[in-house]
Design a binder for this molecule. Sequence first.
Ligand code: NAD
Length: 298
Amino acid sequence: MIVEGRVVVVTGAGRGIGRAHALAFAREGAQVVVNDYGVGLDGSGASTGPAQQVVEEIEALGGKAVANTDDVADWAGAERLVDTALERFGRLDVLVNNAGFLRDRMLVNLAEDEWDAVIRVHLKGHFAPLRHAAAYWRGEAKAGRLPQARVINTSSGAGLLGSVGQGNYSAAKAGIAGLTIVAAAELARYGVTVNAIAPAARTRMTEPTFDMAVPESGFDAMAPENVSPLVVWLGSTESAGVTGRVFEVDGGRVSLAQGWRHGAAVDKGDRWEPAELGPVVERLLAEAPEPEPVYGAE
Ligand SMILES: NC(=O)c1ccc[n+]([C@@H]2O[C@H](COP(=O)([O-])OP(=O)(O)OC[C@H]3O[C@@H](n4cnc5c(N)ncnc54)[C@H](O)[C@@H]3O)[C@@H](O)[C@H]2O)c1
């Protein structure tokens, strides 16, 4: 019961990894706002069904939950989501940003609306709830009630290393990693930690791409439930002091991603001529580690 009594918002919690998070938080004693807009795999349509169903699953376990069916990337909707936690449970301790969808296509064919929709749902869909939650936590801190608040964002291997056919998604997920370190730096003073995960699991999002049969017996390494224990721990007060980090998590494996760092440098102490730079870049490349391959690259 490491999150007993804590109030948790999980976005996109009607299905897949978000649903596993919501149930895992409830099993550890949290009160959960189950957000889901109930859209199709490509973001089309909307339904209140998935969020309501997970609320019923939590209640059947004896837990406390409330549904919210707002679009996380809608400014007023994201504010209503945060308000749902405050009105129903009187506080907010943890925000898990997880909702999103895909519109995969090679860049040369990627349409404007496919770019806009995927950037909007992931990147604005992280920022909008974060922004409204942060304003609440700042108010709490200023009133002398320093929060022990947690934000867990959802990036992806596609955002950390790149993924062929997912330029829109990779850009959004890389943006989420960048947003995470800025939010961690800005919100520390209000008692808020901000970390991100890059998960891998069998959901409707990945079933078409990966061959991930359910094993007949033994450990099912691709079950979405494997991702949630780390998210619950990050949501607990025990994770104080861990902030601005990105964890890769799948199966029984947890690893800490290494972010961008300054590398080898050459400083002329004056402005370079373009023609001088060939050997300089050659030297820098020779000194640097090879980049990791982009997922799906030849
Ligand atoms: N499955 C994986 O292996 C994997 C890998 C890397 C990252 N991710 C990320 O994990 C998260 C969860 O993915 P999943 O695999 O569980 O997918 P999923 O499709 O099973 O679940 C996503 C849920 O988000 C909801 N949603 C979509 N747009 C929304 C919006 N605007 N507002 C509120 N809810 C919305 C959907 O209705 C759906 O129920 C996503 O951010 C995804 O990019 C997943």
